[in-house]
Design a protein around this ligand. Sequence first.
Ligand code: SAH
Length: 472
Amino acid sequence: MQHFPIFLAVAGRRIVVAGGGETALAKLRLLLKTEAHVTVIAAEPGADVLRLATEGRIRLLPRAMEPGDALCAALFYAAHDDAAEDRRTAGLAHADGALVNIVDNLAESQFITPAIVDRDPVTIAIGTEGAAPVLARKIKADLEERLPASLGLLARIGKSFRHVAESLPMGRKRRDFWADYYFKTGPEALEAKGKEGVTPALHQLLDAHLASDAKEGHVDLVGAGPGDPDLVTLKARKALDAADVVIYDRLVTPAILELARREAIMIDAGKEGFGSAMAQDDINTLIVEHARTGAQVVRLKSGDPTVFGRLDEEIEAILAAGISYRIIPGITAASAAVASIGQSLTRRHRNASVRYLTGHDTKGFAEHDWKALARPGEVAAIYMGKKTARFIQGRLLMHGADPATPVTVVENVSRPDQRILATTLAQLEPTLTEARLTGPALTFYGLAPRQAETLCSPELAPLFQPTEGHAT
Ligand code: SAH
Protein backbone atom coordinates (compact mmCIF):
# COMPACT_ATOMS: atom_id res chain seq x y z
CA MET A 1 0.00 0.00 0.00
CA GLN A 2 1.66 3.21 -1.13
CA HIS A 3 -1.10 5.49 0.11
CA PHE A 4 -2.61 5.15 3.56
CA PRO A 5 -6.33 5.98 3.66
CA ILE A 6 -7.40 8.33 6.48
CA PHE A 7 -10.31 10.72 7.10
CA LEU A 8 -9.00 14.23 7.69
CA ALA A 9 -10.78 16.67 10.06
CA VAL A 10 -11.37 19.70 7.83
CA ALA A 11 -14.34 21.45 9.50
CA GLY A 12 -13.35 25.12 9.93
CA ARG A 13 -9.98 24.63 8.23
CA ARG A 14 -8.78 26.16 4.97
CA ILE A 15 -8.59 24.28 1.70
CA VAL A 16 -7.10 26.14 -1.24
CA VAL A 17 -7.76 25.35 -4.89
CA ALA A 18 -5.63 27.06 -7.53
CA GLY A 19 -7.34 27.17 -10.93
CA GLY A 20 -10.74 28.38 -12.12
CA GLY A 21 -11.77 26.03 -14.93
CA GLU A 22 -13.49 22.65 -15.24
CA THR A 23 -10.79 20.69 -13.40
CA ALA A 24 -10.98 23.02 -10.42
CA LEU A 25 -14.77 22.89 -10.50
CA ALA A 26 -14.79 19.08 -10.35
CA LYS A 27 -12.72 19.22 -7.16
CA LEU A 28 -14.87 22.03 -5.74
CA ARG A 29 -17.99 19.88 -6.10
CA LEU A 30 -16.41 17.39 -3.70
CA LEU A 31 -14.82 19.92 -1.36
CA LEU A 32 -18.04 21.85 -0.91
CA LYS A 33 -19.59 18.76 0.69
CA THR A 34 -17.24 19.37 3.63
CA GLU A 35 -17.38 22.05 6.32
CA ALA A 36 -14.01 23.47 5.30
CA HIS A 37 -13.43 27.10 4.26
CA VAL A 38 -12.61 26.85 0.58
CA THR A 39 -10.50 29.49 -1.17
CA VAL A 40 -10.09 29.55 -4.95
CA ILE A 41 -7.21 31.38 -6.58
CA ALA A 42 -7.78 32.03 -10.31
CA ALA A 43 -6.65 34.87 -12.55
CA GLU A 44 -9.42 34.02 -15.02
CA PRO A 45 -12.22 32.29 -13.10
CA GLY A 46 -14.94 30.55 -15.13
CA ALA A 47 -18.64 31.40 -14.79
CA ASP A 48 -19.37 28.56 -12.35
CA VAL A 49 -16.56 29.56 -10.04
CA LEU A 50 -17.73 33.19 -10.14
CA ARG A 51 -21.25 32.04 -9.22
CA LEU A 52 -19.95 30.04 -6.22
CA ALA A 53 -18.10 33.17 -5.08
CA THR A 54 -21.22 35.33 -5.45
CA GLU A 55 -23.22 32.78 -3.46
CA GLY A 56 -20.62 33.05 -0.72
CA ARG A 57 -19.74 29.36 -0.89
CA ILE A 58 -16.09 30.01 -1.70
CA ARG A 59 -13.65 32.87 -1.20
CA LEU A 60 -12.22 33.94 -4.56
CA LEU A 61 -8.83 35.58 -5.11
CA PRO A 62 -9.08 36.71 -8.77
CA ARG A 63 -5.37 36.80 -9.51
CA ALA A 64 -2.35 34.56 -9.93
CA MET A 65 -1.21 32.76 -6.78
CA GLU A 66 1.41 34.41 -4.59
CA PRO A 67 3.60 33.20 -1.72
CA GLY A 68 1.59 32.99 1.51
CA ASP A 69 -1.77 32.29 -0.20
CA ALA A 70 -1.82 28.75 1.17
CA LEU A 71 -0.68 29.59 4.69
CA CYS A 72 -2.57 27.58 7.34
CA ALA A 73 -4.28 25.54 4.62
CA ALA A 74 -4.80 21.86 5.42
CA LEU A 75 -4.95 20.89 1.76
CA PHE A 76 -3.96 22.48 -1.52
CA TYR A 77 -5.08 21.46 -5.01
CA ALA A 78 -3.25 22.64 -8.13
CA ALA A 79 -5.97 22.38 -10.80
CA HIS A 80 -5.02 24.62 -13.72
CA ASP A 81 -4.82 22.18 -16.65
CA ASP A 82 -1.42 23.81 -17.18
CA ALA A 83 1.53 21.74 -16.00
CA ALA A 84 3.90 24.71 -15.56
CA GLU A 85 1.41 26.76 -13.51
CA ASP A 86 0.47 23.64 -11.50
CA ARG A 87 4.12 23.09 -10.63
CA ARG A 88 4.70 26.75 -9.72
CA THR A 89 1.65 26.99 -7.44
CA ALA A 90 2.30 23.57 -5.90
CA GLY A 91 5.80 24.79 -4.98
CA LEU A 92 4.35 27.89 -3.29
CA ALA A 93 1.76 25.85 -1.39
CA HIS A 94 4.40 23.40 -0.32
CA ALA A 95 6.48 26.28 1.09
CA ASP A 96 3.35 27.47 2.94
CA GLY A 97 3.14 24.08 4.65
CA ALA A 98 -0.01 22.66 2.99
CA LEU A 99 -0.41 19.06 1.85
CA VAL A 100 -0.30 19.29 -1.93
CA ASN A 101 -2.21 17.51 -4.68
CA ILE A 102 -1.61 18.20 -8.35
CA VAL A 103 -4.68 16.98 -10.21
CA ASP A 104 -3.89 14.01 -12.47
CA ASN A 105 -0.25 13.95 -11.38
CA LEU A 106 0.11 11.03 -9.02
CA ALA A 107 3.90 11.12 -8.85
CA GLU A 108 4.16 14.72 -7.64
CA SER A 109 1.15 14.68 -5.31
CA GLN A 110 1.48 14.20 -1.56
CA PHE A 111 -2.08 12.89 -1.32
CA ILE A 112 -4.73 11.71 -3.74
CA THR A 113 -8.49 12.08 -3.67
CA PRO A 114 -10.42 8.79 -3.66
CA ALA A 115 -13.70 8.07 -5.40
CA ILE A 116 -16.31 8.81 -2.74
CA VAL A 117 -19.67 7.27 -1.90
CA ASP A 118 -21.44 9.82 0.27
CA ARG A 119 -24.06 8.76 2.79
CA ASP A 120 -22.90 11.28 5.34
CA PRO A 121 -21.88 10.44 8.04
CA VAL A 122 -21.15 7.13 6.32
CA THR A 123 -18.45 7.89 3.80
CA ILE A 124 -16.75 5.29 1.64
CA ALA A 125 -13.46 6.17 0.00
CA ILE A 126 -12.23 4.01 -2.89
CA GLY A 127 -8.69 4.21 -4.17
CA THR A 128 -6.60 2.21 -6.61
CA GLU A 129 -3.32 4.16 -6.18
CA GLY A 130 -3.91 5.53 -9.63
CA ALA A 131 -3.73 2.04 -11.13
CA ALA A 132 -7.33 1.65 -12.33
CA PRO A 133 -9.66 4.65 -12.11
CA VAL A 134 -12.20 2.69 -14.17
CA LEU A 135 -12.30 0.05 -11.45
CA ALA A 136 -12.80 2.67 -8.74
CA ARG A 137 -15.70 4.15 -10.70
CA LYS A 138 -17.30 0.74 -11.16
CA ILE A 139 -16.99 -0.09 -7.46
CA LYS A 140 -18.44 3.31 -6.62
CA ALA A 141 -21.39 2.75 -8.97
CA ASP A 142 -22.03 -0.69 -7.43
CA LEU A 143 -21.99 0.72 -3.91
CA GLU A 144 -24.20 3.66 -4.86
CA GLU A 145 -26.76 1.13 -6.04
CA ARG A 146 -26.46 -1.10 -3.00
CA LEU A 147 -26.53 1.41 -0.18
CA PRO A 148 -29.98 2.89 0.42
CA ALA A 149 -30.18 6.67 0.41
CA SER A 150 -31.67 6.49 3.92
CA LEU A 151 -28.45 5.03 5.32
CA GLY A 152 -27.02 8.46 6.12
CA LEU A 153 -30.16 9.54 7.95
CA LEU A 154 -30.28 6.33 10.00
CA ALA A 155 -26.61 6.75 10.89
CA ARG A 156 -27.13 10.38 11.97
CA ILE A 157 -30.06 9.43 14.20
CA GLY A 158 -28.11 6.42 15.46
CA LYS A 159 -25.14 8.62 16.35
CA SER A 160 -27.29 10.88 18.53
CA PHE A 161 -28.57 7.77 20.33
CA ARG A 162 -25.17 6.26 21.09
CA HIS A 163 -24.91 7.52 24.66
CA VAL A 164 -28.39 6.13 25.48
CA ALA A 165 -27.43 2.74 24.06
CA GLU A 166 -24.49 2.63 26.44
CA SER A 167 -26.93 1.25 29.02
CA LEU A 168 -26.42 -2.06 27.20
CA PRO A 169 -23.25 -3.95 28.14
CA MET A 170 -20.40 -3.53 25.66
CA GLY A 171 -19.71 -6.33 23.17
CA ARG A 172 -22.20 -8.77 21.73
CA LYS A 173 -25.33 -7.28 23.34
CA ARG A 174 -24.64 -3.77 22.15
CA ARG A 175 -23.63 -5.01 18.69
CA ASP A 176 -26.85 -7.00 18.35
CA PHE A 177 -28.84 -3.90 19.25
CA TRP A 178 -27.16 -1.80 16.56
CA ALA A 179 -27.39 -4.54 13.93
CA ASP A 180 -31.10 -4.83 14.70
CA TYR A 181 -31.47 -1.06 14.30
CA TYR A 182 -29.57 -0.64 11.05
CA PHE A 183 -30.84 -3.70 9.24
CA LYS A 184 -34.39 -4.09 10.55
CA THR A 185 -36.02 -1.74 13.03
CA GLY A 186 -34.50 1.49 11.61
CA PRO A 187 -35.45 0.96 7.95
CA GLU A 188 -38.87 -0.37 8.97
CA ALA A 189 -39.63 2.64 11.19
CA LEU A 190 -38.44 5.03 8.49
CA GLU A 191 -40.65 3.43 5.91
CA ALA A 192 -43.74 3.23 8.14
CA LYS A 193 -43.61 6.57 9.96
CA GLY A 194 -40.90 8.64 8.31
CA LYS A 195 -38.01 10.36 10.07
CA GLU A 196 -40.08 11.15 13.18
CA GLY A 197 -40.74 7.46 13.78
CA VAL A 198 -37.09 6.44 14.10
CA THR A 199 -36.15 7.73 17.57
CA PRO A 200 -39.26 6.26 19.29
CA ALA A 201 -38.49 2.96 17.55
CA LEU A 202 -34.93 3.13 18.91
CA HIS A 203 -36.22 3.58 22.47
CA GLN A 204 -38.57 0.63 22.08
CA LEU A 205 -35.84 -1.50 20.63
CA LEU A 206 -33.49 -0.61 23.47
CA ASP A 207 -36.11 -1.60 26.05
CA ALA A 208 -36.59 -4.91 24.29
CA HIS A 209 -32.85 -5.58 24.22
CA LEU A 210 -32.38 -4.55 27.86
CA ALA A 211 -35.14 -6.97 28.86
CA SER A 212 -33.85 -9.93 26.83
CA ASP A 213 -31.67 -12.59 28.44
CA ALA A 214 -28.04 -13.11 27.61
CA LYS A 215 -27.68 -14.55 24.13
CA GLU A 216 -26.99 -18.24 23.84
CA GLY A 217 -24.04 -19.59 21.95
CA HIS A 218 -24.55 -21.09 18.52
CA VAL A 219 -22.45 -22.92 15.95
CA ASP A 220 -22.65 -22.48 12.19
CA LEU A 221 -20.94 -25.26 10.24
CA VAL A 222 -20.04 -23.35 7.13
CA GLY A 223 -18.76 -24.37 3.69
CA ALA A 224 -16.10 -21.97 2.42
CA GLY A 225 -16.03 -23.35 -1.13
CA PRO A 226 -12.84 -24.31 -2.96
CA GLY A 227 -10.92 -21.06 -2.47
CA ASP A 228 -12.29 -18.31 -4.69
CA PRO A 229 -14.06 -15.82 -2.38
CA ASP A 230 -16.66 -15.28 -5.12
CA LEU A 231 -17.69 -18.89 -4.61
CA VAL A 232 -18.71 -18.30 -0.99
CA THR A 233 -22.50 -18.20 -0.54
CA LEU A 234 -24.25 -15.09 0.75
CA LYS A 235 -25.43 -17.07 3.75
CA ALA A 236 -21.86 -18.06 4.59
CA ARG A 237 -20.78 -14.43 4.25
CA LYS A 238 -23.49 -13.33 6.65
CA ALA A 239 -22.45 -16.00 9.16
CA LEU A 240 -18.81 -14.87 8.89
CA ASP A 241 -19.87 -11.30 9.34
CA ALA A 242 -21.68 -12.16 12.58
CA ALA A 243 -19.02 -14.50 13.99
CA ASP A 244 -17.33 -14.03 17.35
CA VAL A 245 -15.05 -17.00 16.76
CA VAL A 246 -13.97 -18.62 13.49
CA ILE A 247 -12.35 -22.05 13.63
CA TYR A 248 -11.00 -22.80 10.18
CA ASP A 249 -9.30 -25.56 8.26
CA ARG A 250 -5.98 -25.50 6.47
CA LEU A 251 -7.55 -25.37 3.00
CA VAL A 252 -9.55 -22.21 3.65
CA THR A 253 -7.82 -19.39 1.75
CA PRO A 254 -6.73 -16.07 3.31
CA ALA A 255 -9.08 -14.16 0.96
CA ILE A 256 -12.02 -15.98 2.54
CA LEU A 257 -10.77 -15.45 6.09
CA GLU A 258 -10.78 -11.73 5.26
CA LEU A 259 -14.59 -11.93 5.11
CA ALA A 260 -14.83 -12.64 8.84
CA ARG A 261 -15.87 -9.85 11.17
CA ARG A 262 -12.79 -7.85 12.04
CA GLU A 263 -13.10 -8.45 15.79
CA ALA A 264 -13.64 -12.23 15.45
CA ILE A 265 -11.14 -14.54 17.13
CA MET A 266 -9.53 -16.59 14.35
CA ILE A 267 -8.39 -20.11 15.24
CA ASP A 268 -6.43 -22.29 12.83
CA ALA A 269 -7.43 -25.92 13.24
CA GLY A 270 -5.45 -26.83 10.12
CA LYS A 271 -5.31 -30.46 9.32
CA GLU A 272 -2.92 -32.24 7.01
CA GLY A 273 -3.85 -35.36 5.07
CA PHE A 274 -2.67 -38.58 6.83
CA GLY A 275 -2.59 -37.42 10.40
CA SER A 276 -3.71 -34.13 11.80
CA ALA A 277 -2.28 -30.88 13.10
CA MET A 278 -5.09 -30.71 15.66
CA ALA A 279 -6.88 -33.87 16.77
CA GLN A 280 -10.59 -34.02 15.91
CA ASP A 281 -11.48 -34.37 19.61
CA ASP A 282 -9.60 -31.18 20.37
CA ILE A 283 -11.48 -29.36 17.61
CA ASN A 284 -14.80 -30.63 18.95
CA THR A 285 -13.86 -29.41 22.44
CA LEU A 286 -12.78 -26.04 21.08
CA ILE A 287 -16.09 -25.52 19.26
CA VAL A 288 -18.14 -26.45 22.30
CA GLU A 289 -16.06 -24.39 24.74
CA HIS A 290 -16.42 -21.23 22.70
CA ALA A 291 -20.15 -21.70 22.08
CA ARG A 292 -20.67 -22.23 25.84
CA THR A 293 -19.40 -18.70 26.50
CA GLY A 294 -22.35 -17.42 24.43
CA ALA A 295 -20.27 -16.89 21.29
CA GLN A 296 -21.45 -17.21 17.70
CA VAL A 297 -19.00 -19.79 16.43
CA VAL A 298 -18.32 -20.39 12.74
CA ARG A 299 -16.71 -23.71 12.01
CA LEU A 300 -15.35 -22.98 8.55
CA LYS A 301 -14.51 -25.91 6.31
CA SER A 302 -13.23 -25.94 2.77
CA GLY A 303 -15.68 -26.84 0.02
CA ASP A 304 -18.91 -28.25 1.39
CA PRO A 305 -18.86 -29.19 5.07
CA THR A 306 -20.86 -32.35 4.37
CA VAL A 307 -18.26 -33.80 2.02
CA PHE A 308 -15.31 -35.51 3.72
CA GLY A 309 -15.51 -32.93 6.47
CA ARG A 310 -15.90 -35.11 9.61
CA LEU A 311 -19.03 -33.10 10.17
CA ASP A 312 -20.97 -35.72 12.10
CA GLU A 313 -18.39 -35.95 14.85
CA GLU A 314 -18.64 -32.20 15.38
CA ILE A 315 -22.43 -32.20 15.29
CA GLU A 316 -22.55 -34.98 17.86
CA ALA A 317 -20.30 -33.00 20.21
CA ILE A 318 -22.41 -29.86 19.68
CA LEU A 319 -25.67 -31.73 20.32
CA ALA A 320 -24.26 -33.45 23.41
CA ALA A 321 -23.50 -29.99 24.80
CA GLY A 322 -27.08 -28.85 24.07
CA ILE A 323 -25.96 -26.12 21.67
CA SER A 324 -27.88 -25.08 18.55
CA TYR A 325 -26.27 -25.47 15.15
CA ARG A 326 -26.92 -24.92 11.47
CA ILE A 327 -25.20 -26.28 8.37
CA ILE A 328 -24.46 -23.78 5.61
CA PRO A 329 -23.56 -25.68 2.43
CA GLY A 330 -20.68 -24.70 0.20
CA ILE A 331 -19.43 -25.51 -3.26
CA THR A 332 -17.53 -28.75 -3.04
CA ALA A 333 -14.18 -29.13 -4.84
CA ALA A 334 -15.70 -31.58 -7.35
CA SER A 335 -18.35 -29.07 -8.47
CA ALA A 336 -15.84 -26.29 -9.00
CA ALA A 337 -13.31 -28.63 -10.62
CA VAL A 338 -15.78 -30.07 -13.11
CA ALA A 339 -16.81 -26.54 -14.06
CA SER A 340 -13.17 -25.64 -14.66
CA ILE A 341 -12.79 -28.43 -17.21
CA GLY A 342 -16.02 -27.47 -18.99
CA GLN A 343 -17.68 -30.78 -18.20
CA SER A 344 -20.74 -32.12 -16.44
CA LEU A 345 -20.64 -34.63 -13.58
CA THR A 346 -23.46 -36.68 -15.02
CA ARG A 347 -24.46 -37.15 -18.61
CA ARG A 348 -27.30 -38.91 -20.33
CA HIS A 349 -26.28 -42.31 -21.77
CA ARG A 350 -22.84 -42.05 -20.16
CA ASN A 351 -23.28 -42.07 -16.39
CA ALA A 352 -26.46 -41.77 -14.38
CA SER A 353 -24.57 -41.64 -11.10
CA VAL A 354 -21.33 -40.18 -9.88
CA ARG A 355 -19.27 -41.17 -6.86
CA TYR A 356 -17.32 -39.01 -4.46
CA LEU A 357 -14.41 -41.12 -3.22
CA THR A 358 -11.73 -40.46 -0.69
CA GLY A 359 -8.25 -41.70 -1.50
CA HIS A 360 -7.58 -42.42 2.12
CA ASP A 361 -9.46 -42.62 5.36
CA THR A 362 -8.27 -42.62 8.95
CA LYS A 363 -6.92 -46.17 8.53
CA GLY A 364 -4.87 -45.45 5.36
CA PHE A 365 -5.75 -46.29 1.74
CA ALA A 366 -9.51 -46.45 1.33
CA GLU A 367 -11.14 -49.50 -0.29
CA HIS A 368 -14.07 -49.08 -2.67
CA ASP A 369 -16.24 -51.12 -4.99
CA TRP A 370 -13.47 -51.24 -7.60
CA LYS A 371 -15.28 -53.76 -9.76
CA ALA A 372 -18.27 -51.45 -10.21
CA LEU A 373 -15.99 -48.48 -10.87
CA ALA A 374 -14.05 -50.39 -13.52
CA ARG A 375 -17.11 -50.58 -15.78
CA PRO A 376 -17.07 -48.32 -18.87
CA GLY A 377 -18.66 -44.87 -18.48
CA GLU A 378 -18.25 -44.63 -14.70
CA VAL A 379 -17.32 -41.23 -13.28
CA ALA A 380 -15.78 -40.60 -9.88
CA ALA A 381 -14.45 -37.51 -8.13
CA ILE A 382 -11.54 -38.56 -5.97
CA TYR A 383 -10.71 -36.39 -2.95
CA MET A 384 -7.41 -36.69 -1.10
CA GLY A 385 -6.14 -38.76 -3.98
CA LYS A 386 -2.60 -37.43 -4.53
CA LYS A 387 -0.65 -39.82 -2.37
CA THR A 388 -2.98 -42.71 -3.13
CA ALA A 389 -2.99 -42.36 -6.92
CA ARG A 390 -0.83 -45.44 -7.51
CA PHE A 391 -2.97 -47.55 -5.21
CA ILE A 392 -6.21 -46.44 -6.93
CA GLN A 393 -4.67 -46.92 -10.38
CA GLY A 394 -3.53 -50.45 -9.45
CA ARG A 395 -6.89 -51.46 -7.97
CA LEU A 396 -8.87 -50.22 -10.99
CA LEU A 397 -6.58 -51.86 -13.55
CA MET A 398 -6.65 -55.09 -11.55
CA HIS A 399 -10.46 -55.08 -11.74
CA GLY A 400 -10.43 -54.68 -15.50
CA ALA A 401 -10.78 -50.93 -16.06
CA ASP A 402 -9.73 -49.74 -19.52
CA PRO A 403 -6.18 -48.29 -19.23
CA ALA A 404 -7.25 -45.57 -21.73
CA THR A 405 -10.00 -44.27 -19.38
CA PRO A 406 -9.53 -40.49 -19.12
CA VAL A 407 -8.32 -39.15 -15.80
CA THR A 408 -8.07 -35.44 -15.02
CA VAL A 409 -6.40 -33.91 -12.01
CA VAL A 410 -7.28 -30.34 -11.06
CA GLU A 411 -4.96 -28.70 -8.57
CA ASN A 412 -5.88 -25.53 -6.62
CA VAL A 413 -9.38 -25.45 -8.05
CA SER A 414 -10.78 -21.91 -8.47
CA ARG A 415 -7.59 -20.27 -7.26
CA PRO A 416 -5.26 -18.10 -9.36
CA ASP A 417 -2.71 -20.95 -9.49
CA GLN A 418 -5.19 -23.57 -10.72
CA ARG A 419 -3.61 -26.32 -12.87
CA ILE A 420 -5.24 -29.02 -14.95
CA LEU A 421 -3.50 -32.29 -15.83
CA ALA A 422 -5.22 -34.41 -18.43
CA THR A 423 -4.04 -38.02 -18.53
CA THR A 424 -5.31 -41.61 -18.63
CA LEU A 425 -5.67 -44.30 -16.02
CA ALA A 426 -2.56 -46.06 -17.40
CA GLN A 427 -0.52 -42.86 -17.14
CA LEU A 428 -1.96 -41.43 -13.90
CA GLU A 429 1.27 -42.44 -12.27
CA PRO A 430 3.95 -41.36 -13.02
CA THR A 431 2.19 -38.25 -14.48
CA LEU A 432 1.01 -37.10 -11.07
CA THR A 433 4.32 -37.50 -9.30
CA GLU A 434 6.18 -35.85 -12.15
CA ALA A 435 3.86 -32.84 -12.02
CA ARG A 436 5.03 -32.16 -8.43
CA LEU A 437 1.72 -30.76 -7.25
CA THR A 438 1.93 -28.69 -4.10
CA GLY A 439 -1.72 -27.63 -3.62
CA PRO A 440 -4.88 -29.62 -2.97
CA ALA A 441 -5.97 -31.68 -5.95
CA LEU A 442 -9.18 -33.28 -7.11
CA THR A 443 -8.95 -36.23 -9.46
CA PHE A 444 -11.68 -37.13 -11.94
CA TYR A 445 -11.81 -40.71 -13.03
CA GLY A 446 -13.72 -41.05 -16.32
CA LEU A 447 -13.67 -37.39 -17.36
CA ALA A 448 -11.35 -35.45 -19.69
CA PRO A 449 -11.35 -31.66 -20.08
CA ARG A 450 -13.82 -30.75 -22.81
CA GLN A 451 -11.10 -28.72 -24.47
CA ALA A 452 -9.01 -31.86 -24.95
CA GLU A 453 -12.05 -33.77 -26.22
CA THR A 454 -12.86 -31.12 -28.79
CA LEU A 455 -9.34 -30.77 -30.15
CA CYS A 456 -10.28 -33.08 -32.98
CA SER A 457 -13.43 -31.08 -33.59
CA PRO A 458 -12.11 -27.58 -34.27
CA GLU A 459 -15.51 -25.98 -34.75
CA LEU A 460 -16.34 -26.76 -31.09
CA ALA A 461 -12.99 -25.94 -29.52
CA PRO A 462 -13.39 -22.15 -29.31
CA LEU A 463 -16.64 -22.58 -27.42
CA PHE A 464 -14.85 -23.77 -24.33
CA GLN A 465 -13.49 -20.91 -22.25
CA PRO A 466 -11.05 -22.28 -19.69
CA THR A 467 -11.15 -20.58 -16.30
CA GLU A 468 -8.41 -18.17 -15.26
CA GLY A 469 -5.05 -19.60 -14.27
CA HIS A 470 -5.68 -22.59 -16.47
CA ALA A 471 -2.56 -24.39 -17.64
CA THR A 472 -3.02 -27.72 -19.28
N1 SAH B 1 -15.13 -30.54 2.21
C1 SAH B 1 -14.20 -30.40 1.12
C2 SAH B 1 -13.29 -31.60 0.99
C3 SAH B 1 -12.37 -31.78 2.15
S1 SAH B 1 -11.28 -33.13 1.97
C4 SAH B 1 -14.97 -30.15 -0.18
O1 SAH B 1 -16.18 -30.28 -0.20
O2 SAH B 1 -14.35 -29.80 -1.19
C5 SAH B 1 -9.86 -32.32 1.27
C6 SAH B 1 -9.70 -32.65 -0.18
O3 SAH B 1 -10.60 -31.89 -0.94
C7 SAH B 1 -8.34 -32.32 -0.74
O4 SAH B 1 -7.41 -33.33 -0.47
C8 SAH B 1 -8.65 -32.22 -2.22
O5 SAH B 1 -8.78 -33.51 -2.80
C9 SAH B 1 -10.03 -31.61 -2.20
N2 SAH B 1 -9.97 -30.14 -2.34
C10 SAH B 1 -10.40 -29.22 -1.47
N3 SAH B 1 -10.21 -27.98 -1.95
C11 SAH B 1 -9.64 -28.12 -3.15
C12 SAH B 1 -9.18 -27.21 -4.15
N4 SAH B 1 -9.29 -25.89 -4.02
N5 SAH B 1 -8.63 -27.73 -5.26
C13 SAH B 1 -8.53 -29.06 -5.44
N6 SAH B 1 -8.95 -29.94 -4.54
C14 SAH B 1 -9.48 -29.50 -3.41
